[in-house]
Design a protein around this ligand. Sequence first.
Ligand code: C2E
Ligand code: MG
Ligand code: MG
Ligand code: MG
Length: 273
Amino acid sequence: YTKKFKKNIYTLYSEELDAKASYRLSIENDLKVAIQNDELELFYQPIIDLNTNQLKAMEALIRWNHREHGLISPNDFIPIAEESGQIIEIGSWVLKTACRQNKKWQDSGILPFKVAVNVSTKQLQHYNFIHSVAKTLEEEMLEPKWLELEVTESILHEDVEFIKENLLRLKELGVCLSIDDFGTGYTSLNYLREYPFDKIKIDRSFIDDINRDLNGKRITSAVISLAHSLNMNVVAEGIENETQLNYLSDERCDEGQGYFFNRPLPVNRLKFN
Ligand code: C2E
Ligand code: MG
Ligand code: MG
Ligand code: MG
């Protein structure tokens, strides 16, 4: 009886695994042609200066218009691309497209702002990354100060010396560096000082908690003070309502981003005033 029961569990489990594995494989195969077929697109989400209400930056967020599955969110294919190595090619495409778009915006005469690009660990660990950033900026004729690179906090625990070295070299290029999803990766605060970051982005989960409990407020305030004491700016991600915005402004959070201001939008739907 037990044996049979166990066998059933095993069968279910392995079918689920099969489905996952074949999904992965199909995504991986389709990704190969996605760039050539022009199926990748960048959406942009404004990052606002909470003191002046000015547009400080646009974060580029990748979308995949899959011919069968429709719009696929980055969480459903970026991890696969990271594992397969395709993230290198995709990452280069993102960087080039974002820099080109920012240059276009600047040439159109609107007040200049940065473009923020998410960079995965695999890219930062790649021997050619620094060179490719420098080359892209040159080719797209964008000044380095208008590019911001966002790396997730978890990166700081891998390949420490090499990553640190690469971040320093990026800093020397003149680009702005920020830590994304801060608070989710257990970085010791002391550690933070050793890296050349300009900005901390507080993870959305803490902003969410501002409405819900006192801890959300306390953690958010603590991160803001920490960042300021280390001479860094702070960005709050995922601001969805006025209560959160008011709290963050009162606590002197520098910048904010979220559905309360704007959802990420394709270029032709962004409006500037
Ligand atoms: P992220 O860098 O932390 O980006 C913020 C995510 O939060 C985005 O999800 C954005 O749409 C979402 N968001 C912004 N404001 C709000 C809000 O008020 N409420 C809620 N619920 N969500 C909000 P998205 O676009 O699905 O991207 C997910 C993640 O995928 C990103 O998280 C980033 O880590 C990764 N990603 C996106 N584009 C790229 C890329 O070009 N390259 C790499 N390597 N990763 C990317
Ligand atoms: Mg980001
Ligand atoms: Mg990110
Ligand atoms: Mg984030």
